[in-house]
Design a binder for this molecule. Structure first.
Ligand SMILES: NC(=O)c1ccc[n+]([C@@H]2O[C@H](COP(=O)([O-])OP(=O)(O)OC[C@H]3O[C@@H](n4cnc5c(N)ncnc54)[C@H](O)[C@@H]3O)[C@@H](O)[C@H]2O)c1
Length: 377
């Protein structure tokens, strides 16, 4: 047990003493920026299972503005808040996640840490070591929100028992310039790394190849493509962009039995599978194959609501979270492998030049042809 935990146990018991198990859990939010405000909004809508005691943000003005908007208290310090709550969401910049999680855990407060759990695997492992040495296991959930996306959950059900050949995941967004401390792999592709690992289940990742390019950010990749291979042969292809003039969130799965496609934004899940392969009667040697297209019902629930409900359930029942530290660390390790692959020097093998490739020249020819004017079209 770490000294900090040995000193906090009595405090935890004292705080729990006056509460009944079914009482709404007192909660708070650290960091009331873009994501933190969503946590505040969601907790304040979950009266009955939690009681939002207040928020803390280093930016006092912002803290008071968000507190006013959601009719809650703006704490003057993290410590003051931790004295009042039993669970917190940590929505500060990623570089501060571990520091804030440790502060909360020392105060006997359970934590939901926004993704990524930390900036580096080593940092996240240090947090795991501290958690492992606690006598009363705290709840430490990582905010990989796609786990709670109803469309992703439906896909997981559809793929159960099927042999997955390949998964393709696309996450493309227009440029907004807001994220300046993380590249597109750390910021966007991380979500799909998590979905891919969750769908691949127990299978081990054996190979990672990735390329990326800077487009609008001076020093960070804005577009990346990664191919990941697992020990059962599964091929995962991830494409992430923050410079695409359309927001796209898609997943497609090819299995030996079916093809499943998901559009997260339209909330559609479709499965195409062949039902019959039979020889036509009448002596002809032709085969008839029937393909069945199923549209799967996707329940309506905001993923953040489902995520926070699940977290609060774990806090109340002392259950392990559905997305814990181990998954958070695996995702970080894969993100690091993708980034390493991108930054590796180009292969020394000689690749064919564009001139030698007739197909490329042919398309160049097509592009050079005069385009018909809109009126003529
Ligand atoms: N799950 C998701 O889909 C998702 C989406 C966006 C962001 N995030 C994650 O949420 C976290 C926050 O991102 P954001 O977009 O809300 O950033 P943001 O900059 O909008 O908000 C961060 C807030 O933290 C505050 N802050 C900074 N230092 C602090 C400190 N020492 N103590 C208290 N408050 C402090 C800032 O004043 C700011 O209000 C990041 O880790 C990000 O990766 C997750």
């Amino acid at each position: 047990m770490t000294p900090e935990h040995s000193s906090t146990q009595p405090q935890v018991e004292r705080r729990r003493g006056g509460r009944r198990r079914d009482d709404p859990t007192p909660v708070g939010v650290i960091g009331a920026g873009n994501m933190g405000s969503h946590h505040v909004r969601t907790y304040s809508s979950l009266g009955g299972i939690c009681e939002l005691r207040g928020i803390y943000d280093l930016d006092g003005e912002r803290c008071r503005a968000v507190a006013r908007q959601f009719e809650t208290h703006a704490f003057a310090s993290i410590e003051e808040m931790l004295d009042e709550v039993k669970a917190v969401s940590i929505c500060t910049p990623s570089a501060l996640h571990v520091e804030h999680a440790l502060l909360a855990l020392r105060a006997g407060v359970d934590v939901l840490i926004e993704k990524p759990v930390a900036l580096t695997v080593e940092h996240a492992q240090a947090l795991r070591d501290s958690v492992a040495s606690c006598s009363r296991q705290p709840v430490v959930q990582v905010g990989h929100i796609e786990h709670f996306n109803p469309a992703v959950r439906e896909v997981a059900k559809l793929l159960e028992g099927e042999h997955i050949v390949a998964l393709e995941l696309q996450r493309l967004s227009p440029f907004d310039g807001r994220i300046v401390d993380a590249d597109v792999v750390q910021d966007l592709m991380l979500h799909d790394v998590h979905v891919l690992l969750a769908l691949a289940g127990e299978h081990a990742l054996t190979d990672v190849h990735a390329v990326g390019r800077r487009v609008r950010s001076p020093e960070l990749d804005d577009y990346a493509v990664a191919t990941l291979t697992f020990d059962d042969g599964l091929i995962g292809t991830l494409v992430a962009s923050r410079v695409t003039e359309e927001k796209i969130r898609r997943l497609s799965a090819t299995t030996e039995q079916s093809h499943v496609t998901v559009d997260y934004l339209r909330r559609t899940v479709e499965r195409c599978r062949s039902t019959h392969l039979e020889l036509d009667g009448g002596g002809s040697r032709t085969y008839r194959q029937e393909s069945l297209l199923e549209r799967v019902f996707v329940p309506i629930e905001e993923p953040l609501v489902a995520q926070l409900r699940s977290f609060l359930g774990c806090v109340r029942e002392r259950d392990a979270p559905e997305v814990g530290l181990d998954m958070g660390i695996r995702c970080l390790a894969v993100v690091q492998a993708i980034r390493d692959s991108i930054s590796r020097k180009p292969s020394s093998s000689k690749l064919p030049s564009a001139q030698a490739d007739r197909t490329t020249s042919d398309f160049a020819e097509v592009r050079r042809r005069p385009q018909p004017s809109p009126a003529a079209a």
